[in-house]
Design a protein around this ligand. Structure first.
Ligand SMILES: Cc1ncc(COP(=O)(O)O)c(C=O)c1O
Length: 452
């Protein structure tokens, strides 16, 4: 099977099929938006794909290209502005093929030192953006959810190691705009989440945080989670005042920058992150606004030893790894086996240089500023909340939830755009998340024109 000899498709032909498909997909400008099919439609069009004899590579590839891929939305389409999109550079997307072809185990230095070295340089760039010391470090994990969970597990282990006798800190504090993965991490950890009321700009502040900590007893907390770019609005918490309160009470300060952390690369908004350099842990998803393909979250710690303490798995068959003084990425997160998922990001960063990243993030911010100005200027449109980064939320005056849904369905049906509404304080609203440098001001104007 590994020589493909009993397959009707030779290795050379498989290579050509994959190459041709990839080349064509990469050259679409823009790629077709595509749309979901129902299970019945897929059953009818693709049928049973797993058979005792195998379909052969050509037939399987045709099925993917003609039926399965068109039933998956192109998240890199310039008018895909829902949730948080993903717009990999060509270099990053292509290098994903190389990672797959290279059979690298990137959990340990022994097995994947070259990959780990490169990933660590990419992580170092992120640490520099945050302002973390040379001793900081971490690992690329699948996504923000696992990144947040891993950081909170490290925080709790550290808090319990240093807690006064008889104390077992079990609480986490955050604010309403925090991502749902924080609640999920607390559920997994059987920890209790305290929600701090945000200020009038929607931010977690030190002052309000202090009140909540004092009300419950600061010694019951093992972490505070601030968000640098909330998912729904892009709000950046008041990191400096939150850091100060965390320091005052000796509580681990985690910053979730899964979406908004990329803005650290943009001088025009850098000051919004003041105080971030004091964090104990930080995440950013390069698969969101740093132009890497799924799935890629950078998780970094000020003190990697605290994370190792929490995450290193021990077993006789692992002694050869755990007893070595090497940097083993798997020691810094939940999970053991890992692919070198940071390499596509590394390759693109190495290819283009960090200045290109700065320019690309700034470009998306400019398009977001254009969207904000257009919405403010147009009659019948009204901005909701303050724009911090590249998320813009607005109201189409007079529209009901059904109107937003009907418009969203229509523009997707037309293959024009994918923009799902959001809900804020019970009200359905329109929301743009702009992380794709291919999204133009003309795209934004055309989408607003379509909201009739
Ligand atoms: C602020 C924030 N944190 C965490 C996450 C979760 O990241 P992932 O979907 O990669 O698990 C998201 C996802 O949108 C996010 O915006």
């Amino acid at each position: 099977m590994h020589g493909f000899a009993d397959d009707n498709t030779s290795l050379a032909e498989l290579e050509r099929l994959v190459h041709d498909y990839t080349a064509e997909r990469m050259r679409f400008d823009p790629p077709p938006l595509d749309r979901a099919l129902t299970p019945a439609q897929l059953q009818e069009q693709a049928g049973q794909t797993i058979t005792a004899e195998g379909l052969g590579g050509r037939r399987a590839m045709d099925l993917f290209a003609e039926v399965l891929a068109p039933a998956c939305l192109s998240v890199d389409h310039p008018r895909y502005l829902s949730f948080i999109p993903c717009a990999p550079t060509e270099a990053a997307a292509l290098f994903d093929l190389v990672v797959g072809a290279s059979s690298i185990y990137a959990g340990s230095w022994l097995e994947g030192s070259g990959a780990v070295y490169a990933e660590n340089q990419a992580l170092r760039w992120i640490c520099d953006l945050v302002g973390l010391p040379e001793s900081a470090g971490g690992v690329f994990v699948p996504g923000g959810t696992i990144g947040n969970l891993s950081a909170l597990v490290a925080a709790r282990t550290e808090a319990r190691r240093t807690a006064a006798a008889g104390q077992r800190p079990f609480r986490v504090a955050t604010t309403r705009g925090a991502h749902s993965s924080i609640q999920s991490a607390c559920d997994v950890m059987d920890a209790e989440l305290s929600t701090v009321e945000p200020d009038e700009r929607g931010r977690l502040t030190g002052e309000r945080l202090r009140e909540v900590l004092l009300a419950h007893g600061p010694e019951t907390y093992f972490a505070v989670v601030a968000t640098a770019g909330t998912t729904n609005f892009g709000i950046i918490d008041d990191l400096a005042s939150v850091a100060e309160v965390c320091r005052e009470f000796g509580i681990w300060f985690h910053v979730d920058g899964a979406y908004g952390g990329a803005g650290l690369a943009a001088p025009s908004v850098r000051e919004l992150y003041a105080g971030i350099e004091q964090c104990d842990s930080f995440i950013v998803d390069p698969h969101k606004w740093l132009f890497a393909p799924f799935d890629c979250c950078a998780l970094v710690y000020r003190d990697p030893a605290a994370a190792r303490n929490a995450h290193t798995q021990r077993a006789g068959y692992l002694d050869v790894l755990t007893e070595a003084p090497d940097w083993n990425p798997t020691d810094y997160s939940v999970g053991l086996t890992r692919r070198a998922r940071g390499l596509p990001f590394w390759f693109s960063l190495a290819t283009h240089g960090t200045q290109a990243y700065t320019r690309a993030v700034e470009m998306t911010l400019e398009v977001a500023a254009f969207a904000e100005a257009e919405i403010a200027r147009r009659e019948g449109f009204e901005l909701v909340g303050e724009r911090f980064l590249s998320v813009v939320v607005f109201r189409r005056e007079g529209w009901s939830a059904q109107d937003y849904a009907a418009w969203s369905d229509r523009v997707l049906d037309e293959g024009f755009a994918f923009i799902v509404p959001t809900v804020h304080e019970g009200e359905t609203l329109a929301r743009f998340a702009i992380v794709n440098p291919q999204t133009t001001t003309e795209d934004i104007a055309a989408i607003l024109d379509s909201m009739v």
